[in-house]
Design a protein around this ligand. Structure first.
Ligand SMILES: Cc1cc2nc3c(=O)[nH]c(=O)nc-3n(C[C@H](O)[C@H](O)[C@H](O)COP(=O)(O)OP(=O)(O)OC[C@H]3O[C@@H](n4cnc5c(N)ncnc54)[C@H](O)[C@@H]3O)c2cc1C
Length: 416
């Protein structure tokens, strides 16, 4: 069933009785050409592009819980393509272009809102670094603007410009950045993949791999054994746990990241704003809540809940940046498990096991990558060659030294 204004009107007149299910609830088949583990944004996007673009229909997505229950439904919804390095920028710009056409591609309202993202500048050295990054973005066609303090003041007068420690001296802006309704992304991809014949199987946890003579034959699950020609793993924060079942140890640590939503307020924040002197980022949802977050919790965990010290740290960042936030009441907060890689960049690669492919290491920036990640992973699964925009995301890059350390932080996952 296609969604359209005419359909909405028609259903409205009939009391909304005619809407069908957005995706089926199939029983697992004994085997598939491709099994994707993980029904998050990346797994579902992979299934969509695999079936729609590459024509593979005998595909299953196995999700241990319910689709959208992981990070794809837990993030702060920010999309952007404001990267510096060659290994990253073309990939994230590809993702941005896919976001720009996503709703037409999926026939689904994902509330893609290019309301702009503003990275604030607080020092002269930071301005130099952001100018360099802005130029790299322009070279890749992503677009950028460098604003001075007065220009920022016009767009966001409520910020604390004259803070003695963190004066605001300008901003790097990407107007095409913005927000997307996160769980609608999972639902939109799921609906489209289902329409193209993909089986989306929820409550189906993968508990092991059947591997013989260096080749994967299928997966053991809580709903029985499922054979597979190829297996793609896209389980985000659970990457190390799942790949350990195939005997692999990854350059990834899992940490929890928390997000916060305030009570609904009148429109105040025009787009996404990030604090350049602390770790704090904020936007305002269409319902009026301020949606914000900060650093990951500093220890390794697979738990989807965080702790108070980070709550305090995020609140401090928020109040330093925009004191008016101190008057807003916090409505909700939650956590998600981040797959933090050692250089802050992801992996989309084959493994040394024939037929087993890995997608992960998204740190806390994988939501904006969802379309390109799905496309590139589908390309790899279908053709056995990396997509042009994802050639750098190799698992062996730490052995060869070809790291993609966007922030220059070294092997400190908590700082990426
Ligand atoms: C609080 C927070 C804020 C964030 N903010 C942003 C942001 O503003 N912008 C941005 O770009 N990124 C952001 N991120 C990061 C982004 O959400 C993630 O990088 C991205 O969603 C990860 O990919 P995914 O959607 O596929 O993950 P998930 O949705 O976590 O999908 C992985 C799925 O795998 C399933 N799974 C795990 N193990 C198994 C198994 N054994 N068998 C079957 N299924 C399994 C899980 O249940 C889960 O549903 C944020 C994350 C969090 C938590």
């Amino acid at each position: 069933m296609r969604y359209s204004a005419a359909r909405l009107l028609w259903e409205g007149l009939k009391g909304h009785k005619g809407w069908g299910r957005a995706w089926r609830d199939p029983q697992p088949k004994p085997s598939y050409d491709v099994v994707i583990i993980g029904g998050g944004g990346h797994g579902l996007a992979t299934a969509h592009y695999l079936s729609k673009v590459y024509g593979l229909r005998n595909v299953a997505v196995l999700e241990k819980g319910w689709i959208g229950g992981g990070n794809v439904g837990r993030n702060t919804t920010i999309i952007r393509s404001n990267y510096l390095l060659d290994g990253n920028e073309p990939f994230y710009e590809f993702s941005m272009k896919l976001w720009e056409n996503l709703e037409q591609d999926l026939n689904y309202n994902a509330m893609v809102s290019q309301r702009g993202i503003m990275n604030l500048i607080h020092t002269d050295a930071q301005r130099d670094a952001f100018r360099r990054r802005g130029n790299a973005m322009r070279l890749h066609g992503a677009g950028s603007e460098l604003l001075d303090a007065d220009q920022v003041r016009k767009e966001a007068p409520f910020l604390n410009f004259d803070n003695a420690r963190f004066p605001i001296k300008g901003a790097l802006v990407q107007r095409r950045g913005g927000t997307v309704r996160h769980d609608a992304v999972a639902w939109g991809y799921a609906r489209s993949a289902d329409q193209h014949g993909v089986d989306i199987i929820q409550n189906c946890e993968v508990t092991g791999f059947r591997i013989e003579n260096g080749k994967v034959l299928g997966v053991e699950t809580t709903r029985g054994y499922i054979g597979a020609g190829k297996v793609g793993v896209a389980v985000a924060g659970n990457s190390s746990r799942v790949m350990a079942k195939a005997g692999m140890r990854l350059p990834i640590e899992s940490h929890v990241l928390q997000a916060f939503v305030s009570e609904g307020l009148k429109p105040v924040i025009p787009g996404v704003i990030t604090f350049g002197a602390g770790h704090f980022y904020v936007s305002q949802s269409d319902k009026g809540g301020l949606v914000f977050g900060g650093d990951i919790d500093g220890y390794n965990t697979y738990a989807q809940r965080g702790n108070m010290p980070v709550v305090e740290d995020v609140a401090e960042g928020g109040v330093a940046l925009m004191p008016i936030i101190g008057r807003a009441r916090l409505l909700r907060m939650w956590g998600g498990i981040m797959d933090m890689s050692m250089d802050g960049s992801p992996f989309i690669d084959k493994t040394h096991i024939d037929g087993l492919y890995f997608n992960g290491g998204w740190c806390y920036g994988g939501f904006k990558a969802t379309p390109a990640s799905g496309y590139a992973f589908a390309h790899l699964l279908a053709t056995d060659t990396p997509h042009d925009t994802a050639t750098a995301y190799r698992l062996d890059r730490f052995r060869s030294g070809a790291m993609i350390d966007e922030k220059g932080m070294g092997a400190q996952p908590n700082l990426h």
